[in-house]
Write a protein that binds this ligand. Sequence first.
Ligand code: HEM
Length: 206
Amino acid sequence: MRSRATIQYALPSRILHWLMAAMVVVQLFIAAVMMASLAYYPLLLAIHKPLGIVILIFIVFRIGNLFLHRPPPAMSTMGPWERRFAKGSEILLYALLLIQPLIGWAMLSAAGGPLTIGPVQLPPIAPEQVGLFGLLRIFHSVAAYLLFLTFTAHLCAVLFHTVVLRDGLLSRMAPWTRRLTSGESDFTSSADSNPQPVTEGRGVSD
Ligand code: HEM
């Protein structure tokens, strides 16, 4: 009998996933408008910096959460290459979401500006140097483009599975708890402590 752990991500993983997805979309949008509009630059930067620090805090929680809740096994509709590609892009997303806010913070430290989030003043994490600021500024742009591309590829893959293959991939990460069908249990049996790849095929929907 398959347990919930083999068909859906754990609830904390799903909550963190959707909160972070929303924050990253908003952050990229704010950054793009901020760089295009002089009038709104100060206001948008004042949102961009604390939001980036919140994303940093969330990704640290999310990495910790990986050790607490293992993801369900890959679906049978994914071939070996797609599984490798999916794993690689997830690792890249995690790495970028950790590195990008740190680059932003280090960039401000190199510029000599204090980083104040509400009543809290964060310490500098890089020496005050104009040359270093220039370099980190370039890295911040490159990481943002990479993040955008990886995020878009991830989104396209999920859309392909959901709309074309219709294999129920999205329901594994749905914020709501998936209804169990016969042959599925809410409890993890001893056989599920080492879950095998799920053999879900076309037409599994919720
Ligand atoms: C996931 C988090 C973050 C993302 C996705 C992100 C993304 C971006 C993007 C796309 C830009 C515009 C780059 C360009 O036009 O070349 C930008 C600019 C900027 N970011 Fe971030 N950022 C993040 C976190 C942070 C953090 C934590 C800070 C500082 C605490 C920060 C500080 C800045 C500053 C100061 C600029 C404007 C630089 C300028 O005016 O030249 N960012 N960010």
